[in-house]
Design a protein around this ligand. Structure first.
Ligand code: HEC
Length: 146
């Protein structure tokens, strides 16, 4: 990543709105990915609720949406998009292949959930949900700053 000149850094601390204007594109993509993550969080909750009542059509439909997001997730992290209020960790860009791999593992878990839902296999559905949840957590542990 390019080194940010000190005066820009200071400006960004005191005038984050100014940075937003200067990096309109990045601000846009940061907001887009945050919204996508929030949606996925809601969808995961709905998946658990649907699985409990064995509504596997719903778990399948939502798992497809999670998988789609997983496939395009790395595109939402272009270089230089670590701007406030992003919680993206620098590790994403120092190890982009590791980050992409974590997104892939997540996508594969969501795909397992699709398969288990199609089969109407309750146990496999719950196992896949746990794996999806685990893949969210494990990516956050390395690639999200708190
Ligand atoms: C491959 C990595 C990766 C995976 C997988 C992943 N996340 Fe995240 N998540 C991130 C990163 C990085 C951020 C910070 C993005 C930012 O602030 O720019 C984030 C942010 C979030 C946020 C905060 C959004 C906001 O508005 O600030 C939520 C909620 C979230 N993730 C939920 C989930 C859930 C639920 C899953 C699994 C279904 C998941 N994430 C899977 C990397 C991941």
């Amino acid at each position: 990543m390019k080194k940010i000149p000190l005066f820009l850094l200071i400006l960004s601390v005191f005038f984050p709105a100014w940075l937003g204007v200067a990096h309109q594109g990045a601000t846009g993509i940061v907001k887009q990915r945050m919204d996508a993550f929030k949606t996925s969080q809601k969808q995961l909750k709905s998946i658990v609720a649907a699985a409990k009542v064995e509504d596997f059509d719903t778990t399948e439909k939502l798992a497809k949406s999670l998988a789609e997001w997983g496939k395009k997730m790395p595109e939402y992290f272009p270089a230089g998009s670590q701007v406030p209020p992003s919680e993206a960790a620098p590790a994403i860009w120092s190890d982009f292949s590791g980050f992409s791999r974590a997104a892939e593992i997540y996508t594969q878990s969501a795909e397992q959930l699709i398969t288990a839902s199609t089969a109407g296999d309750r146990e496999a559905v719950f196992a896949a949900i746990r794996q999806v949840g685990q893949s969210c957590k494990s990516c956050h542990a390395t690639y999200r700053a708190d």
